[in-house]
Design a protein around this ligand. Structure first.
Ligand code: CP
Length: 305
């Protein structure tokens, strides 16, 4: 059993230093400017998805294929996971079959970390429970940098369900390491006060106008209807206080951009006109996901271990 994750693993943003983050962002930029050669023709990449996904799964798959690697999708349904095979035994099976990197999405926080202690190939976290979604944070930072000179000193407002959002956690870690000022905004039930301790330069407010006024970047997060059941919060109340409308987005700087990791629910966390507005870069985020994930895979597969 390996004592530590294989080099090139990407388990979260929190343990990374800013040089490593910038290295991946620079590599993604080069790869987007100039399509790389299929460097990894002999390599096999397994996509191990215990949860549904469109963007992350497809873009990792395309990224691996552009780099010449062979990919295999293993999902929780239609595999031996359904018969009760454990995560670790599934990892042993995939590496025995020749997988040289495993990309994993799992509903339990920490599942990629556990797997990485048992397999000797890089493990890439494609979203684990309420914990982290590092490739999303990297593509979010990459997208912001296509519109802004630097992340340092930028005012970023994250609106909505911070508590249940692995994207929020990874975004906060990355933006804070890069020197951005992050304001988290939403009702008590979705944005606990303790969120200020997540990282340096993080503030919490319940007031949407305060969060958005003067922001360079506004990021809306998906409201996970299934998670609202036990909370003292109605959707109507959320919409009236926190939905991004065209009028509310105008509180931000003139050149502010609006982002969302997807999938979006039009009419809930944002209106359809905001989703389709010129300053909204949601589709661009999805496109950038391929280049960023190429950089993540190159880091994983290019390292000797
Ligand atoms: N943003 C994101 O993770 O989307 P998917 O669930 O479609 O991968």
């Amino acid at each position: 059993m390996p004592a530590r994750p294989a080099p090139g693993s990407l388990l979260g943003i929190e343990p990374l230093d800013i040089q490593d983050i910038n290295g991946m962002l620079d590599a993604a930029y080069r790869m987007q400017k100039r399509r790389p050669r299929p460097l990894f023709k002999e390599k096999r990449v397994a996509l191990l998805f215990y949860e549904s996904s469109t963007r992350t799964r497809v873009s990792f798959e395309y990224a691996a294929k552009i780099l010449g690697a062979t990919t295999t999708l293993v999902s929780a349904t239609a595999s031996s996971i359904e018969k009760g095979e454990s995560l670790i035994d599934t990892g042993y099976t995939l590496t025995a079959l020749g997988a040289q990197a495993i990309i994993i999405r799992h509903p339990s926080s920490g599942a990629p970390h556990l797997l990485s202690r048992y397999v000797d190939v890089p493990v890439i976290n494609a979203g684990d429970g309420l914990h982290e979604h590092p490739s999303q944070a990297l593509l979010d930072a990459y997208t912001i940098l296509r519109h802004k000179k630097s992340l340092k000193g930028l005012r970023v407002a994250l609106i909505g369900d911070i508590f249940h959002s692995r994207v929020a956690r990874s975004d906060v870690h990355l933006l804070s390491k890069a020197g951005a000022l992050v304001t988290l905004c939403g009702p008590d039930a979705l944005v606990p006060e303790v969120a200020t301790t997540l990282a340096k330069g993080v503030a919490v407010t319940r007031d949407l106008k305060e969060a958005i006024t003067g922001a360079d970047v506004v990021i809306a997060l998906r409201i996970q209807k299934e998670r609202l059941a036990g909370l003292q919060l109605s959707l109507d109340d959320y919409i009236s206080r926190y939905q991004l409308t065209a009028e509310r987005v105008r509180w931000a700087k003139k050149d502010a951009i609006v982002m969302h990791p997807g999938p979006i629910i039009r009419g809930l966390e944002l209106t359809a006109d905001v989703a389709d507005a010129e300053r909204t870069v949601i589709v661009e985020q999805v496109k950038n996901g391929v280049a960023v994930r190429m950089a993540i895979l190159a880091r994983a597969l290019g390292v000797k271990h």
